[in-house]
Design a protein around this ligand. Sequence first.
Ligand code: HEC
Ligand code: HEC
Length: 298
Amino acid sequence: MSDFTHPIVGWLIAIVTILSILGCFWLIFANNIKKVEGEIESTGHVWDEDLEEFDNPLPRWWYYMFIFTLVFGLIYLALYPGLGAYKGLFGWTQIGQYEAESAEYDAKYSDLYAGYAATAIPELAKNTKAMKSGERIYASYCTVCHGSDARGSIGFPNLTDDDWLWGGTPEQIKASIMNGRTANMPARGGLPLTDDEVENVTDYVMSLAGRDVDQTASDLGKQVFGKICLACHLPTGTGNQALGAANLTDSSWLYGSSRSAILETIKNGRTGVMPAHGEFLGEDKVHLLSAYVYSLSH
Ligand code: HEC
Ligand code: HEC
């Protein structure tokens, strides 16, 4: 209710609500015929030939129940927000309730998470109950990018295989989630390569992964690779986890396996970003999540 831009809106709601309740009171008292003298008259309405409507007074239980609901409404409106900007005697708010519940939740589960945090990741990954909570945290914070099955998609790595950009040891996984990761694959390897050189090195990269390529182009591309690309991807092309430089010799491609996707990466570069979650989730939850991610591939 505090969102109203003009205070008059709050007042209007309060006045209309109170008038409606008073109107209901009037209606119920005005129709409260206690005793009926003599015979009850028919209203003259007849259905199905002989079903007549009589002008009977309200049954007592009905009448008292009506009064009860009206009194209940008044007490409710006195205690809780409902009358425009009036906050209610209890001072209840949705945000207040949410905060109280989260505090209660944290108090209840922080011990549990702290217990998990004291367990080594490979061991924790075998704890079915812990992995159930890990799965829930994963579903809330990670599915948007890595998918509900953690198999990722173009630009978002698969977390269920044993191919790691930044490393798959418990410590490396935890570091990826805690501090985030920013990959830097410079366009054309950071040097002014010609378009031909980019085409050739693309063939060479594909040959590293055992694909069929134009041998002459690949041989020329090998020289380019030996000048720049090895600095990050190593002379063997197997990559460097310290830099998040992808392994180019396997069949798993972060940005797609087609020649055009590989060419696009080399031509324009890529900067995949994994956001840091440490501050936001707290180390204990990240520890549990790391064990969950570890369990997916082990
Ligand atoms: C400064 C380090 C660096 C240099 C130099 C570099 N790369 Fe990369 N490369 C990376 C990183 C880091 C990634 C991962 C990018 C990401 O995750 O967003 C990458 C990704 C790639 C990919 C995509 C792999 C996939 O799975 O989709 C290809 C292809 C590639 N590099 C080829 C090359 C070639 C060819 C060269 C030389 C012309 C080169 N890189 C030079 C760091 C480098
Ligand atoms: C906004 C999208 C986004 C969200 C949300 C996100 N990630 Fe990532 N994550 C990425 C990207 C992109 C990379 C790859 C970065 C790169 O190119 O090197 C990555 C990389 C990783 C890696 C390293 C993978 C490897 O091969 O080394 C792990 C582990 C990981 N994420 C786990 C998680 C977990 C657990 C969560 C949930 C807390 C999460 N991520 C949430 C985008 C995201």
